[in-house]
Design a protein. Sequence first.
Length: 324
Amino acid sequence: MKTLPIATLPLATVGIGLLAVWSLFVGVSDVSFAALFGGTPDQATQVLLVSRLPRTLALILAGAAMAVSGLLLQMLVRNRFVEPSTAGTAESAIFGMMMVSLLAPEMPVFGRMAVASLCALAGTGLFLAILRQVPLRSPLVVPLVGIMLGGVITAMTEFVAYRQDLIQSVRGWETGDFSAILLGRYELLWLSAALTGVAYLAADRFTVAGMGRDVATNLGIDHRKVMALGLVIVSMTTAAVIATCGMIPFLGLIVPNVVSLVRGDNMRGSLPWVALMGAGLVLACDIAGRLVIHPYEIPIGTMMGVIGSALFLYLLLRRNGHAG
């Protein structure tokens, strides 16, 4: 295992800051220094404060939160190929959002997130219950079970949505897109930032819990309570991100695996890197999506789906190569 110099963390933070500044000035509307301090300052300032700045903050918060959620879920399940979109968590949250839109369309956003969190928690619990009944002869069986469970939940969601004319809303939650983020429509993500902080504070307990029930019990850790806390954090974070901008696939799978190659499995040491890399990857994908077919843009869910699936295949082939 390689180690990174301590100084690289501040350098990585500066790199994320530069990407964030770049994000503020990329788009159809002219938000440049010339526009801010010359031509049309009122219009440019309004676009910057109402659209670009909230969007950039949302990208950072969502990217960091989903990457940390993936790391946390991998520690609890003890499998490197698990994350919210391969464990039925994200699909269950979307099912909860759809049911709220169907049964209580006037419910406020925090209520929607609460229902989606409960559904995500139930879906993740079902995933873990299925794993206990399945012989795990290969680590690849675990994400396959999660993908199949997610497929079943998605089929149920889309069937009901199609019958109730909600399919467009469901498609929006299934594909991450930050183009509609404005001031007043991203603040729910600050809750995910707080949950990420809780995960960092309890990082040592999650690391011990990831060693198994017997080891955790011998070290004086209540394995059941730590598992419950971790699943609540993952469920609430996933629901908050989906309610705000939709699902971002593969992020929680790719980032923790890349970080673990150089930082190992200690969660407290890896978590800041996972958060930074998650935010940076989301920022980079969103900027690329806005530039590739400018003045139009590619949703970040599509960008991450292409990049994430390619990196996922690389990780699978790399693992199989080392096993051989």
